[in-house]
Write a protein that binds this ligand. Structure first.
Ligand SMILES: Nc1ncnc2c1ncn2[C@@H]1O[C@H](COP(=O)(O)OP(=O)(O)OP(=O)(O)O)[C@@H](O)[C@H]1O
Ligand SMILES: [Mg+2]
Length: 403
């Protein structure tokens, strides 16, 4: 799923440089954090690839909810032990012509992890002992990517694992760690610790700019020798709301539609785009579509909640004043909905209150002492809501209207 080739990684040059510098400093590990789908794993793999070129094996451990400090250390140890040396780089698969938005192949040097008989460490010292030993048996230096760190459900286990990473400088320069975790604030994941700045280099990953998002689509289109009209390019970037995961989802669906077209297509049409939107919704993360349904389908009397959600998603801000939502987004949305009667401001605010309710998935939240600012509880939802609006022919999220 992730981008491995630094040339294909758009807008992350400076981050790559920071990571490379940190990993080249003795005893430093990197912690990449940011919102879901912002590109953490891709950045980690690309940065690791840079080290791989300098003769390091890349091993990746993906965490799960049930994982603990001990099981992750076991997985790392097993990965090091099982590593069979570097495969031939020339053996990578080629992607299909219409898959330019997707990963090119399973990265050549990355191995999947299976759990092992390696003993579960009961302390950080034991964990260091195990890793030191398995490492001693391997000829190559390694870079370990610990991915989806946030999925470890237990706070205590996450903190213990972070503590282990803070102690890895004692393992020497043969092993480097890159950790990825979905969080807006690093302390949510690892807790407060004075050594975070010295031993762990925090790399915060922001959303990509509109131009970066467009560049991702243009890059793929160029490889497919397709022209994408500016209007469609802008819409993809606008809907994606800074997240490359949405650009890839929409771009991939769009290009498959072009690929499936019986005619020979040189220029993407609005029909391809609209069909691509439908497919994107079908392929979007099930959790997002479930939440959207829970929010909008629970109560048939509240059908107009959907339009309120579209209005909220119109601007890429986490907290919007209710007046702004109503005047600048809700009324323009309703102007594109002939035959639907619009709510007054008070009723629209009541709908937002309902959407905040747990029974409606608590999809939105309100902020401030006067409780007049509203936003999505999870920022990833905004892109999904924009997709739903686009499916209904409503173009929200347009740059001109953004605050
Ligand atoms: N800078 C970039 N340029 C081009 N494509 C990117 C970039 N960053 C990420 N992508 C693409 O966006 C998608 C999501 O990226 P990735 O899986 O790395 O995000 P993530 O932050 O790890 O997501 P999650 O939080 O779900 O683990 C992938 O398809 C990846 O190829
Ligand atoms: Mg990831």
């Amino acid at each position: 799923m992730e981008v491995l080739d630094p040339v294909r990684l758009v807008g992350r040059k400076l981050k790559l440089r920071d990571i490379s510098r940190a990993l080249n400093s003795p005893g430093r590990s990197v912690f990449i954090f940011g919102e879901r789908g912002v590109g953490k794993s891709s950045l980690a793999l690309t940065a690791a690839q840079d080290l791989y070129e300098r003769r390091r094996a890349i091993l990746r451990v993906v965490c799960g909810a049930e994982d603990s400090f001990a099981t992750v250390v076991q997985a790392i140890a097993r990965a090091i032990q099982d590593y069979k040396g570097k495969p031939d780089a020339g053996s990578r698969q080629q992607s299909k012509p219409a898959s330019k938005m997707r990963e090119k192949s399973q990265p050549a040097a990355v191995q999947s992890i299976t759990f092992s008989e390696i003993p579960p460490p009961s302390s950080i010292d034991e964990a260091l002992y195990i890793i030191r030993n398995v490492l001693a048996g391997r000829p190559d230096d390694v870079v370990i990517i610990i991915d989806e760190f946030e999925r470890i459900a237990s706070d205590g286990e996450r903190q213990k694992l972070a503590e282990f990473i803070k102690n890895t400088p004692t393992l020497g320069a043969r092993i480097k760690f890159i950790v990825c975790g979905a969080a807006v604030d690093l302390t949510d994941l690892v807790g407060h610790h004075p050594s975070v700045g010295r031993i762990i280099e925090p790399v915060e990953l922001e959303r990509l700019t509109h131009d970066d998002l467009s560049a991702i689509v243009l890059g793929a289109a160029a490889e497919l020798k397709l022209e994408v009209p500016a209007e469609i390019l802008d819409r993809i970037a606008e809907i994606s709301d800074g997240l490359p995961s949405y650009v890839h989802l929409i771009g991939d669906s769009l290009f498959w539609n072009v690929f499936d077209d019986e005619a020979i297509v040189k220029r993407v049409s609005l029909e391809h785009f609209q069909a691509g939107i439908q497919d994107s919704l079908r392929r979007a993360e099930a959790a997002l579509s479930r939440l959207y349904e829970v929010a909008t389908n629970r109560d048939p009397e509240l059908v107009d909640s959907e339009e309120v959600l579209w209005a909220l998603a119109d601007v890429s801000a986490n907290q919007r004043h209710v007046e702004d939502i109503y005047e600048n987004s809700y009324l323009p949305v309703m102007a594109c909905r002939p035959g639907r009667s619009k709510l007054d401001r008070e009723t629209m605010t009541n709908r937002l209150r309902t959407l905040k309710d747990k029974a409606h998935g608590a999809i939105v939240d309100c902020y401030g002492s006067s409780q007049e600012h509203w936003g999505f509880s999870n920022g990833v939802m905004r892109g999904y809501v924009r997709l739903r609006a686009q499916k209904n022919g409503i173009a929200i999220g347009c740059c001109e209207r953004e605050a």
